[in-house]
Design a protein around this ligand. Structure first.
Ligand code: CA
Length: 226
C-alpha cells in the first residue's frame, strides 16, 4: 500500500495509544500530539497526508485548530473525533471544514476505512495535470511529457517528480523526499533521492531541478531564463 502519514491530535492517553497501535499495525506512519498548540506546530512543519483531530483538546480546542488550519488555506483532509451523542459538535466540526467525523467509541476497522476513503478522495481531487516549465505530469494517466513528447519513467521516479512538481517553489529536504517515497519498513540507501534526481535531470532537463546545497531540492515555480 502507498505510504500515508497521519497526524493524530488526541489528549486521552488510552484512546491515543489505541489509535497509534491500530494505524501502525495497518502500516501507516503516525505522529501523535496531545494538545492544540502541538497540532498546529506539527501541521506547520507539513508532511502529513491526514489529520485525525479530537475536538476536545486542551489549550486550543480541536474546532479552533481546524478553523486556523482552513484560514491558512491548509487543505489536509481532517477526520474529527466527537462524542457519540453530540450532534452539535459534528455539525460545527463539518462547518469549520472537517471532511468526515467519527463518534467515540468507534471500531478500529471503521477508523481505517474512513481514513483510506479520505485519502482516496484527496488524491482524486488532486489528480489534475501539473505543468511546470517544459514538463507536464498527469497523475491520473500516470503520464509525463517534455515539450509535448512522452517520457517514460519508472514508478519511483514518477512519484518523485510528482512530489517535486506539486511542491514547486518550495525546497524539499532529502529526508522529506525519502519519508514520502518509502515506507518506514523499507531499507533506504542514503543516496536514494540523489540517484533518482540524477535520472530525472537526464530524462527531462537539468535546470528543472535545482540542488540546494546541504538542504535538498527545488523545482522553481516559474521557468527561469537561461
Ligand atoms: Ca479529548
Amino acid at each position: 500500500m502507498e505510504s500515508m502519514r497521519v497526524l493524530l491530535a488526541e489528549d486521552d492517553p488510552l484512546l491515543g495509544q489505541g489509535i497509534v497501535d491500530t494505524l501502525t499495525r495497518a502500516a501507516l506512519t503516525v505522529d501523535w500530539v496531545e494538545d492544540g498548540p502541538g497540532a498546529l506546530a506539527a501541521l506547520k512543519s507539513g508532511g502529513f497526508d491526514l489529520l485525525v483531530l479530537d475536538l476536545g483538546l486542551p489549550r486550543i480546542d480541536g474546532l479552533e485548530v481546524l478553523r486556523q488550519l482552513r484560514a491558512a488555506n491548509n487543505r489536509i483532509p481532517v477526520l474529527i473525533l466527537t462524542a457519540r451523542d453530540r450532534a452539535d459538535e459534528r455539525v460545527r466540526g463539518l462547518d469549520a471544514g472537517a471532511d468526515d467525523y467519527l463518534g467515540k467509541p468507534f471500531d478500529s476497522a471503521e477508523l481505517l476505512a474512513r481514513l483510506r476513503a479520505l485519502h482516496r478522495r484527496q488524491r482524486g481531487a488532486a489528480a489534475s495535470a501539473i505543468v511546470v516549465g517544459r514538463v507536464k505530469l498527469d497523475p491520473a494517466a500516470m503520464m509525463v511529457t517534455l515539450d509535448g513528447r512522452l517520457v517514460e519513467l519508472p514508478r519511483r521516479e514518477f512519484a518523485l517528480l510528482q512530489l517535486l512538481l506539486e511542491n514547486a517553489g518550495r525546497v524539499l529536504t532529502r529526508e522529506s523526499i525519502v519519508d514520502k517515497l518509502y515506507r518506514w519498513d523499507e531499507e533506504v540507501d542514503s543516496n536514494a533521492a540523489q540517484v533518482h534526481i540524477h535520472h530525472l535531470r537526464k530524462k527531462l532537463y537539468p535546470e528543472l531541478i535545482k540542488t540546494i546545497r546541504g538542504v535538498g531540492y527545488l523545482v522553481p515555480k516559474v521557468a527561469e531564463d537561461t
